[in-house]
Design a protein around this ligand. Structure first.
Ligand SMILES: Nc1ncnc2c1ncn2[C@@H]1O[C@H](COP(=O)(O)OP(=O)(O)OP(=O)(O)O)[C@@H](O)[C@H]1O
Length: 290
């Protein structure tokens, strides 16, 4: 079997004068958790909807599970799960019955009861969707997205409205799915979610890929200097260094033990991300003079 789940080259889509997707190239491996990050209006949803086969591209090539999403048929669609950014329209059917109903659309679905349990809705299995809380409603969307046992699962801001515990449970669920071989394409605005889950993150801004790498290496993060800071002689000292361990050891030797108010700071994914977005804005300004 081909190891590539998604391959796109020079993907483009405009709405009138808005170049929502302005030439995107990327490749996603089977079993990978791949995360899109980017500011509002960056072109993430448009890209993902083209890959899901719900939006037509203007130009470029796209292969998703070996087929062109613009022309692929029902068999292909049954291999894909989607959790939309907006709530799925749910009829007045209780949670468990609804998940069972959705399961009946797929050739080899998961056990609906197990799915309800996996998303943490067992206690609400008999409730109508309309009485669920925002976070519970979102979990129902996730249940409907995974009940067909998709090979490829698109999650568009899946944890909006989740409390911190539910978010961590959800991360566990996504990791389990990926361990079982499901390819996951996650769009999120939560940097910690991308960091916790993604094998690789793709920063998109103004319809283009700004950076694509592992969370640890994105934008040169792992090679970036650390900031070591401590209190000595009544004032704060700060050293930006590629060798934080050496700086800490030297300080520890001087103090013969604990170093007062010692901190070692490495750039967070959020700091790297904000830098990439700012760099991109500069780049765009030089490309398109006001
Ligand atoms: N149906 C549409 N008609 C016209 N313009 C659209 C349409 N859909 C999206 N756009 C525009 O295309 C650009 C990219 O939108 P898109 O929804 O892909 O961004 P996004 O990165 O998913 O944003 P967000 O993080 O806010 O969901 C935006 O400028 C948006 O206004």
């Amino acid at each position: 079997m081909d190891d590539t789940a998604i391959e796109v080259a020079d993907l483009r889509k405009s709405y009138g004068e808005t170049h929502a997707v302005a030439g995107i190239d990327l490749s996603i491996s089977r079993g990978e958790i791949f995360s899109f990050l980017g500011p509002n209006g960056a072109g993430k949803s448009t890209t993902v909807e083209i890959l899901e086969g719900f939006r037509h591209r203007d130009s470029g090539t796209a292969r998703v599970l070996g087929q062109d999403p613009g022309t692929a048929g029902r068999d292909w669609r049954a291999r894909i799960g989607v959790v939309w950014q907006k709530e799925t329209m749910a009829p007045k059917i209780p949670v468990r019955a609804l998940v069972r109903h959705f399961a009946s659309y797929y050739p080899s679905p998961a056990d609906p009861d197990e799915v309800v349990d996996r998303v943490g809705l067992s206690e609400k299995a008999g409730a109508l969707p309309e009485v669920l809380s925002g976070g519970q409603r979102r979990r129902l969307d996730v249940a409907l997205g995974i009940v067909g046992r998709p090979e490829l699962l698109f999650l568009d801001e899946p944890t909006t409205g989740f409390d911190p515990g539910a978010r961590r449970d959800f991360w566990g669920l996504v990791r389990n799915l990926a361990d079982g071989g499901t390819t996951i394409v996650l769009t999120t605005h939560y940097l910690e979610e991308a960091e916790a889950l993604a094998d690789r993150v793709c920063v998109v801004a103004r319809g283009r890929v700004r950076a694509l790498d592992t969370p640890a290496d994105l934008g040169g993060r792992s090679a970036a200097r650390a900031l070591v800071s401590w209190r000595e002689d009544g004032r704060r000292h700060e050293v930006a260094t590629e060798e934080p361990a050496r700086v800490v050891c030297e300080a520890a030797a001087r103090f013969d033990g604990e170093v007062p108010e010692l901190t070692v700071h490495r750039p967070t994914l959020e700091e790297i991300y904000l830098g990439l977005i700012a760099d991109g804005a500069e780049h765009d300004r030089t490309e398109v003079p006001a």
